[in-house]
Design a protein around this ligand. Structure first.
Ligand code: GTP
Length: 383
């Protein structure tokens, strides 16, 4: 299954940098050495075994952009699954009058690209990454983000109306991103999740595995990119977003605009009431053995909504560090991670040939040995 992904935006906005970070072994600092992309750089990324992302990194120099929209129009915009348009927010937000001109030029190109997409690939998904957020003054991020998102959505509506459509045009999903933190992993995880068939089925099975392990949370990462593929909460672990507390960093929700876009810190009530072992022959994952355990009283924990993307970033960097070890020790490739703290335990191990799994346990009476055994028993089923 092949999906064409267009990566577009003006020269220097950071397209190749993000691609290199996510799909190749680059660190953020390495991207300073990247040169300008000439025309289109094609790459095929095998994802989860049979999903192939056909990435088109479209060089953003003006002459190339004009050519994509004119001579190469049908070639570039046909059969597109996803358009990722990257905006360099720095010039626009910090560059005064010149910056405003730059932003308006960017908006015109964006509108033209969306218009071409509407013509050739009306079923495509559109994602806008408002990039280099790290360079925007922290006090202005929310305001800058909110006003830009409104403009982008307006442009999308204008395209639909100009084409005689009645609807809103493409649903534009926006993310604030930076190569210097986990926000990039969050955006790309969400993007690839939209391309995974039967994600709901996978999540249901993960939920059963979470319950079998008496885990609070279970997360599956893609093996090479460590992007979050799917996750499930243990059923005894109820999340509610009733907390009025807001995050102070730049965490934005692609569904919302402006200050509403800041996601509320979620509170989780963590309780556990069973333990057992995964039975691969039982499609309902019912327990083959179950012991009654003494439960800790329900506790409220404040969870960072980007905690898994932080893990993605950490593990990716850890893997890169492993690769830099001297030749003799380099044999010791990353295989599994076991983490114990006074409040929780985490276990990361390979699940299938294309994925890793992370299981989080907060119940002190659950032993990681049983979690490991369950992961081992679940492997064939998930493969
Ligand atoms: P073309 O190939 O000309 O279309 O440019 P591009 O969009 O591929 O830009 P590229 O990835 O080459 O990045 C240009 C510069 O931006 C590099 O020096 C990167 O290090 C820098 N850069 C990319 N992303 C970020 C970011 O999130 N924050 C900061 N501060 N710099 C970034």
């Amino acid at each position: 299954m092949k999906r064409k992904v267009l990566l577009m935006g003006q020269s220097g906005c950071g397209k190749t940098s993000m691609r290199s970070l996510i799909f190749s072994s680059y660190r953020a600092a390495d991207t300073r050495r990247l040169g300008s992309t000439l025309d289109v750089e094609h790459s095929h990324v095998r994802f989860l075994g049979n999903l192939v992302l056909n990435l088109w990194d479209c060089g953003g120099q003006q002459s190339y952009m004009d050519s994509y929209l004119d001579k190469q129009r049908s070639q570039v915009f046909s059969t597109v699954g996803v358009l990722i348009y990257v905006f360099d927010l720095v010039a626009a937000a910090e560059g005064g009058e010149e910056g405003q001109t730059e932003w308006e030029r960017d908006l015109r190109y964006y509108k033209d690209c969306v218009s071409a997409l509407y013509q050739y690939s009306p079923d495509a998904q559109v994602f806008c990454l408002l990039h280099k957020m790290d360079l925007i003054d922290a006090t202005r991020r929310a305001g800058v983000y909110s006003s830009r998102v409104k403009e982008l959505r307006r442009k999308s509506r204008e395209v639909a109306q100009a084409a005689g459509g009645k609807g809103e045009g493409f649903r534009v999903n926006c993310f604030a991103t930076s190569i210097w933190d986990e926000s990039l992993y969050r955006a790309w995880s969400r993007i690839v999740q939209t391309q995974i068939p039967a994600l709901g089925v996978l999540e249901r099975h993960l939920q059963l595995l979470a319950d079998t392990c008496s885990a609070s949370e279970v997360v599956v990462f893609e093996r090479t990119t460590f992007l979050v593929i799917a996750k499930a909460l243990g059923s005894s672990c109820k999340e509610s977003s009733s907390s009025p507390q807001r995050l102070t960093g730049f965490h934005y929700d692609e569904e919302e605009e402006g200050m509403e876009g800041f996601r509320d810190t979620q509170r989780s009530s963590l309780t556990s009431n069973s333990s057992g072992f995964f039975n691969p022959s039982d499609s309902h994952f019912s327990f083959t053995s179950s012991t009654t355990t003494t439960k800790p009283s329900a506790q409220s924990t404040t969870l960072d909504p980007e905690r898994f993307e932080k893990v993605s970033e950490l593990i990716k960097n850890f893997k890169l560090s492993c690769q830099k070890l001297p030749a003799k020790t380099a044999q010791c490739e990353f295989q599994a991670v076991e983490l114990r703290t006074p409040t929780f335990s985490a276990y990361i191990d390979s699940l299938t040939s294309n994925t890793y799994i992370m299981i989080l346990v907060t119940d002190p009476s659950i032993h990681l040995a049983s979690v490991k055994l369950n992961v081992q028993l679940a492997r064939d089923h998930f493969e």
